[in-house]
Design a protein around this ligand. Structure first.
Ligand code: PGA
Length: 249
């Protein structure tokens, strides 16, 4: 069975609640699609108004982060149950900005992935290499390490419903997209890693996105690759162009 494409916007720390509502209204007709799943991953404070704003549309809502504990004294954190109750269906886990600026390591991310799945959220698990690692020729070693650690203890059935986003760090927000060949090569490598860890059926089912300077001009070529099942889009998700990325064909 062919995998359904999924295009997710990662708003990062942009859009106040009122700006968020306005953006949803602007994009509403542009992101309509019969055959692509569309997700807005938004800042925590925008979740409630965005869930409201996209009601009755094809858009699903995601969070950009969550904490793995059930509840309690974790000032400033948000639990999986809170997200689910607010109407969130997806959650980005392990974005390179969280790994880098907030020192989130694979041990923590593994806990987050497991908690998200347990709560019924769909994790969008991010991985990706630095430019230095690419130049040293260790890209796939690094990504395999991230995937294997972050998915430790996760079942085949759970992985089949997940999203993995390959985001080369040097391509994020730089306007420097990975070439189609580079993106496909790593996404294929991730699928092979999943097959090794689980089985062929799981590898076939898991959806793998490419992220890093995806825009209206390069989406079609990237998404046409056999192992790229859509994109995780930062900058271009905040403007009308996002509609063109969703309707890339
Ligand atoms: P970008 O960000 O599209 O602005 O490069 C992608 C991401 O960080 O998810």
């Amino acid at each position: 069975m062919a995998r359904r494409k999924i295009v997710a916007g990662n708003w990062k720390m942009n859009m106040t609640p009122s700006q968020a509502k306005a953006l949803c209204a602007e994009l509403k007709d542009l992101v309509k699609s019969e055959d692509v799943d569309v997700v807005y991953c938004v800042p925590a404070i925008d979740i409630v108004p965005v869930v409201e704003a996209v009601k009755g549309t094809n858009v699903k809502v995601g969070a950009e982060n969550m904490y793995f504990e059930e509840k309690g004294a974790y000032t400033g954190e948000i639990s999986a149950a809170m997200l689910v109750d607010a109407g969130v269906e997806y959650v980005i886990i392990g974005h390179s900005e969280r790994r880098d600026y907030f020192k989130e390591d694979d041990c923590l991310l593994n806990k987050k992935v497991k908690k998200a799945l347990e709560a019924g959220l769909i994790p969008i698990l991010c991985c990706g290499e630095t430019l230095e690692q690419r130049e040293m020729g260790v890209t796939m070693d690094w990504i395999r390490l991230q995937i294997k650690s972050d998915l430790a203890g996760v079942t085949a059935e759970q992985v089949q419903g997940m999203i993995i986003a390959y985001e080369p760090i040097w391509a994020i927000g730089t306007g420097k997209t990975a070439t189609t060949e580079q993106a496909e090569e790593v996404c294929k490598g991730i699928r092979m890693c999943i097959e090794e860890m689980y089985d062929a059926q799981t590898a076939e089912a898991v959806r793998i996105q490419y992220g890093g300077s995806v825009n209206a001009a390069n989406a079609a070529e990237l998404f046409a690759q056999p192992n790229i099942d859509g994109g995780l889009v930062g900058g271009a998700s905040l403007k009308a162009d996002f509609g063109k990325i969703v309707n890339y064909k």
